[in-house]
Design a protein around this ligand. Structure first.
Ligand code: NAP
Length: 289
């Protein structure tokens, strides 16, 4: 059992928030968001709820009935939750997934903060803006989808999505192409795109446990000066990032995406600026980073 060191005073004015997921026991969101509330002196608490498949509709009804301020929604509920909301933000509709629900006077509104969280992290942590850049994304899963739309919205000159299953890359490229120049390819074509890419982003599971000794691209394809970004954040510095640094590239870890998706959720819920440094400290402590 975890030890509460600074227990918040919970009274009738306390606003309630949480995360719905399955599994959810590993989530660092409660530590991060409770730290944010306490840092800002906001009377609110954030808990983790293990919502099993088949029970999401009731759980969302519970938000309405109990007057929760909002929730984050994670795997496997990000798509299904859209069926139970009153309104879905335009960007979340395009992405086709919701990770943040805001209860605005009884109306439940869905947002997606994953892609915009990634972009804010990229800009704030590296100073590199996607506008006008050639970006290679490896992977075409749920996270890649949110990131591709957000990068296109920021005015990337070219986005190339490479995936083990090329059809999924082409499908995502097709969906995002209305917002910028986006193409989908198979992994065999990656070396050619690496020659012109300014930014390369791993959005696959490669590098995460148990694939910690694998990388999605070969080290010799990495050019000095290019920016290599990995959305895997456990381990915080993946083998890909270690190899990229050794090749003289700049690196960007996925921890920032996690922190800033939470920062946007905090800001939608409270209308206040998120205390990002404190949130980062809470997560880094929890991960032993
Ligand atoms: P997902 O929807 O299941 O997609 C997984 C992607 O990885 C697909 O493109 C899949 O290719 C590819 N892939 C998996 N194993 C592979 C292998 N052995 N070789 C080549 N490609 C492989 O997963 P997701 O939700 O997008 O998450 C992807 C990763 O991002 C996870 O590691 C997750 O922890 C991380 N993530 C981080 C954050 C953050 O805040 N930093 C947020 C979300 C996710 P196929 O299509 O061919 O199967």
């Amino acid at each position: 059992m975890s030890v509460i060191t600074h227990a918040p005073i919970i009274d009738t004015g306390t606003r309630l928030f949480g995360v719905f997921g399955d599994p959810v026991g590993h989530s660092k969101s409660p530590l991060m968001l409770n730290r944010a509330f306490s840092e800002k002196g906001i009377n609110a608490v954030y808990a983790a709820f293990h919502i099993k498949p088949g029970t999401l509709k009731d759980a969302i009804a519970g938000i309405r009935a109990l007057g929760y301020g909002g929730v984050n929604v994670t795997i496997p509920h990000k798509l299904e939750v859209m069926d139970y909301l009153d309104e879905i933000d335009e960007a979340a509709r395009r992405i086709g997934a919701v990770n943040t629900v805001v209860n605005r006077d009884g109306r439940l509104i869905g947002y997606n903060t994953d892609g915009i969280g990634y972009v804010r992290s990229l800009i704030e942590e590296t100073g590199c803006h996607p506008k006008g850049k050639c970006i290679l994304m490896v992977g075409a899963g749920g996270a890649a989808r949110a990131i591709a739309f957000a990068l296109a919205a920021e005015g990337a000159a070219e986005i190339v999505i490479a995936n083990r299953t090329p059809e999924k890359a082409q499908e995502l490229a097709q969906a995002a192409s209305g917002y910028g120049a986006v193409t989908g390819i198979g992994l065999t074509e990656v070396p050619v795109v690496m020659e012109r890419a300014d930014i390369v982003i791993n959005t696959t599971r490669i590098g995460m446990h148990p694939m910690v000794d694998e990388t999605p691209i070969r080290a010799e394809w990495i050019r000095p000066g290019m920016l290599v970004s990995d959305i895997v954040y456990n381990p915080r510095i993946t083998l890909l990032l270690k190899e990229a640094e050794a090749r003289g590239a700049r690196i960007h870890s996925g921890l920032g995406m996690f922190i800033y998706q939470g920062a946007y959720a905090f800001e939608y819920w409270t209308g206040d600026t998120a205390p990002v440094a404190a949130m980062r400290e809470a997560v880094e402590q929890a991960l032993g980073a």
